[in-house]
Design a protein around this ligand. Sequence first.
Ligand SMILES: [Zn+2]
Length: 79
Amino acid sequence: MKKVIILGLVAVSMVFASCNSSTKNDGQSANETQKFDLDTMKLLSGQTFYQCEMHHQINSDIMGQCPTCKMDLTKLTKH
Ligand SMILES: [Zn+2]
C-alpha cells in the first residue's frame, strides 16, 4: 500500500511541476536605448539670443542689459 501512496504523491507532484513549468520570461527587457537629442541641437543652432558687444561671454535668452557694463544686449542669431 505504501508504494501506491508514494506513486500517487509522485504523480501529484509531477502534475504540480508541469503546471508550474509554464515558463515566465522574467528576462529584463534591455531596451534602454539612449536618445540622442537631435531636437535640442536643432534648437541651439538658429537660436536667437542676446549678447553684450563688449563681453561676448554674456549671453541671455531674453532682452536685457549686461550685468558688467550695463549696456543693452545685442540681438544675435546663431547659425
Ligand atoms: Zn558688457
